[in-house]
Design a protein around this ligand. Structure first.
Ligand SMILES: Cc1cc2nc3c(=O)[nH]c(=O)nc-3n(C[C@H](O)[C@H](O)[C@H](O)COP(=O)(O)OP(=O)(O)OC[C@H]3O[C@@H](n4cnc5c(N)ncnc54)[C@H](O)[C@@H]3O)c2cc1C
Length: 178
């Protein structure tokens, strides 16, 4: 996977629409795509801009998500993009570098100007920010290589996969004991 290409098989990027859209969704992980799905189904014009680095990319499968438990993250996102597109939403592969207030419409409604890394820009009535989190891993030798596999971040997501095995806990705060 190259940076800027969302994980999944549908690597084509949609065209950026001309003119203003109702909503630009910044981030096309599960949160952004689900928001886009609801907006598109509400007949809003919606464009998802995604830089293609979902937090759970290292994991082999998503767990605890009803009906999709065990599905690779890339497949969940591929299906999500497909569903957003079914309702007219667009998914553009790029990174948003700025989102700023623009001159309001004649009737005073808000407008935002969203600029992408490749220099293109788009105007939106509203912005939904769903950029997720970036894990900053501690500098423990070997940890980064095993992140998402034998080093897991969440007992609810991956506790079952390491059940009955000896575990070590990297405690970073009082809640770690729990
Ligand atoms: C290894 C691992 C395994 C996990 N497994 C599970 C699991 O099994 N079950 C579970 O419920 N949760 C799991 N999680 C938590 C999981 O990360 C979240 O549930 C889910 O990914 C959050 O979705 P999100 O859309 O908020 O963020 P993300 O999935 O991180 O998506 C954010 C998206 O926004 C994009 N983005 C960021 N900045 C910009 C920008 N400026 N312009 C354009 N795009 C941008 C990113 O590239 C990314 O594609 C796991 C986390 C990790 C680290």
């Amino acid at each position: 996977m190259t940076e800027g290409t969302p994980v999944g098989e549908d690597s084509a990027s949609d065209a950026l629409p001309e003119g203003a859209v109702d909503v630009v969704v910044i981030g096309g992980g599960g949160a952004g795509l689900n928001g886009a799905l609801m907006l598109a189904r509400s007949r809003r014009s919606v464009v998802v801009i995604d830089s293609g680095s979902p937090r759970n990319a290292p994991a082999e499968a998503v767990h605890g998500l009803l009906a999709l438990d065990g599905t690779p993250p890339s497949e969940v996102l591929r299906r999500g993009r497909e569903q957003v597109r079914q309702y007219g939403g667009r998914v553009v592969h790029d990174e948003v570098v700025s989102a700023e207030p623009a001159a309001p419409s004649a009737d005073g409604d808000l407008r935002f100007s969203v600029t992408l890394a490749d220099g293109r820009s788009i105007t939106a009535r509203r912005i939904l920010v769903a950029t997720g989190l970036t894990d900053v891993l501690p500098e423990v030798p070997g940890l980064a290589e095993h992140w998402g596999h034998s080093v897991v971040h969440c007992p609810y997501c991956h506790g079952w996969e390491v059940r009955d095995e000896p575990i070590g806990v990297l405690a970073t705060g009082p809640a770690s004991i729990g």
